[in-house]
Design a binder for this molecule. Structure first.
Ligand code: GTP
Ligand code: MG
Length: 586
């Protein structure tokens, strides 16, 4: 017998050892019976294909969804979804049958994160209410539960008769370094390596669903104060450049609450809400986030380690959502960051080479500690992505259009001014002409390192709006113009020594790839080559290395890596839940 209870908080449960086995035909049949008509195909497709897809050709002919369309669809899906902490011994079929009393299920998946969790999406929103109505607040022997009704539930077994069943649980983690190196070594070309890296690191469909669900759960909490609020994910969770394990940036959008009064004018009268006033927008933001932060801390199921970082340039509430495993940064009054996410989404969707190259460069930077989880003078992933976009705008013919040309394609509907900044650009992806450039990823990777290894950072700035270098307006070592707030530098924090490290590593990587052209190890030799070779850990004082020494050090690194592969130890360059920089947006 199954019993659902509201979760008062998630304890650290022993990690379960569940066997990952594909569903049997019988199970599938049951899932089919419980599913909405027309959704079975989707369920089966999900089962039979690896999550996430990588295109290896150039332009995709399928019309792409607009960012807002994609966000609205995902948000609506998330509102019909519940998160359930499940016991160790559970029969998937019985579980689904029990839940389907409340209405048909559109799809579901399980994952492990200090216990077993199920994400269950109903076909109809009413089913969630029906399930909640049949759910009780737990009775605790030693503690008192604060009664809080949410869509994060806990499943209890009334009697412990169920046998442990095999549940296929969806993976939420990037590959181990060892597995990645093996995959890269066996790839057929550098293009293949970059596409493999993308496939292994990109957010899966399930991980994306979990991100939207987490935002939706937080939205329910914020809605206690602001009933019309929307909590939207932004940053790498939605801009197509997110790696498994990246943080979850959330934006509390209060526009609906603010704008309601404008729709309700009639005749000579104008009705306004009685409100409290504060001296500035910033203080309003701080007050709102402070209260929401308290609420998450005291009542938010699974929200732990809540920190209110209200004096940052962009005030935020940071917390861990324990059940999903996401580190979350909640901001408000941050519309430009959402617009930047949309711009990156467009760039990521325009050409399949863009994401592959960005993922390669991000992994490369992480491998060499050019990026870090600690706030400081390092380059951020956001800046690296801008550098790749800029580089692709500089190709001949360009692979990506400039932001100014995306602005000229915009129509009246696309017009957007935020805080006096013109953020207009075309939103319909299908109106952007594909590039005629057919360069391979291999060439682009090499040329990226060449280009930035020799870039005149001392006098030029990077500017994706115009797609060309400009004179630096100040003496910051690295100047990347903020695409929307054009008088600002998004990499103002980067020190001269960090920039020099980037340049030295770019030069060395370009050199390694050039050497390989002449002497590429055969695939059967099982030696790190191509992308794998440039991901190897860095050696000290590389800046002063002569070419001869570079060659020697690269050979040594290859040798060391082979040894570490043998002994099951590999370089540490994955990035799992470690991004903890305070958003100091410029
Ligand atoms: P990862 O979290 O590292 O995977 O990448 P991210 O793109 O999500 O970066 P981050 O979490 O640091 O920031 C989230 C979003 O805020 C970015 O995608 C940008 O849209 C925006 N952002 C971050 N840093 C800056 C900055 O320095 N200036 C501006 N204008 N926006 C920024
Ligand atoms: Mg982020």
């Amino acid at each position: 017998m199954l019993l659902i209870m509201a979760v008062p908080g998630v304890g650290l449960l022993t990690r379960l050892h569940l066997c990952a086995q594909r569903r049997t035909r019988v199970q599938r049949h049951i899932v089919r019976l419980l599913s909405c008509p027309g959704t079975v195909a989707e369920d089966l497709r999900r089962d039979e294909q690896p999550s996430g897809s990588v295109e290896t050709g150039f332009e995709d002919k399928i019309p792409r969804k607009r960012f807002s369309e994609m966000q609205n669809e995902r948000r609506e899906q998330a509102q019909r979804t519940v998160l359930i902490h499940c016991p160790e011994k559970i029969s998937e079929n019985k579980f689904l049958k029990y839940l389907s009393q409340h209405g048909p299920i559109n799809n579901h998946f399980f994952y492990e994160s200090f216990g077993l969790y199920a994400v269950v999406e109903f076909c109809r929103k009413e089913s969630v209410g029906s399930l909640q109505n049949g759910t009780q607040t737990p009775n605790m022997a030693m503690e008192t539960a604060i009664p809080f009704r949410s869509r994060f539930l806990s499943l209890k077994l009334k009697n412990q008769t169920s046998k442990q069943s095999c549940i296929q649980s969806s993976n939420q983690l990037p590959p181990s370094n060892r597995k990645l190196f093996e995959l890269l070594c066996y790839a057929e070309s550098i293009d293949d390596q970059l596409n493999t890296l993308l496939k292994e690191f990109q957010l899966t469909e399930e991980n994306t669903k979990l991100r939207y669900l987490t935002c939706s759960l937080i939205e329910d909490i914020a809605a206690a104060y602001f009933p019309d609020c929307v909590v939207r994910p932004f940053g790498s969770s939605v801009n197509t450049f997110g790696k498994l394990g990246c943080d979850l940036d959330m934006f509390l959008d209060l526009d609906e609450t603010r704008n309601l009064s404008t729709h309700k004018t009639s005749g000579n009268f104008l009705m306004e809400f009685q409100v409290k006033n504060v001296p500035s927008e910033r203080i309003a933001t701080q007050k709102i986030l402070s209260v929401i932060g308290e609420c998450l801390d005291h009542f938010g199921p699974g929200c732990v380690g809540v920190q209110k970082i209200l004096n940052a340039r962009c005030p935020l509430v940071r917390f861990s959502h324990q059940a999903s495993g996401f580190q979350c940064d909640l901001t408000t009054n941050n519309k430009i960051a959402l617009t930047s996410s949309e711009l990156l989404y467009i760039y990521g969707a325009l050409d399949s080479r863009v994401r592959a190259l960005v993922f390669g460069i991000r992994c490369w930077a992480r491998a060499h500690s050019l990026t870090s989880s600690i706030p400081g003078a390092w380059i951020t992933n956001f800046s690296l992505t801008m550098m790749v976009i800029f580089f692709l705008q500089r190709r001949s013919p360009p692979i990506l259009p400039t932001l100014d040309s995306l602005k000229t394609l915009a129509d009246a509907e696309d017009k957007c001014i935020i805080e006096g900044n013109n953020c207009t650009f075309v939103h319909d992806l299908n109106r952007i002409k594909p590039s005629g450039n057919t360069e391979t990823l291999e060439l682009l990777l090499k040329e990226f390192f060449e280009y930035f290894g020799n870039f005149a950072f001392n006098k030029n700035s990077i500017n994706i709006r115009q797609g060309r270098e400009q004179n630096k307006p100040d003496s910051s070592p690295l100047y990347i113009q903020n695409p929307f707030e054009t008088s600002l530098n998004i990499s103002k924090n980067v020190s001269q020594s960090q920039l020099q490290k980037f340049v030295d590593l770019a030069q060395e990587s370009a050199w390694i790839l050039q050497q390989e052209d002449a002497h590429r190890p055969s695939v059967s030799s099982n030696q790190p080559w191509g992308l794998a070779a440039v991901l190897l850990p860095s050696v000290p004082n590389r800046g002063s290395l002569t070419k001869k020494k570079r060659k020697r050090s690269a050979n040594e690194r290859v040798k060391n890596l082979l040894e570490s592969l043998k002994s099951n130890r590999t370089a540490n360059f994955t990035e799992t839940n470690e991004k903890r920089t305070i958003s100091t947006q410029t």
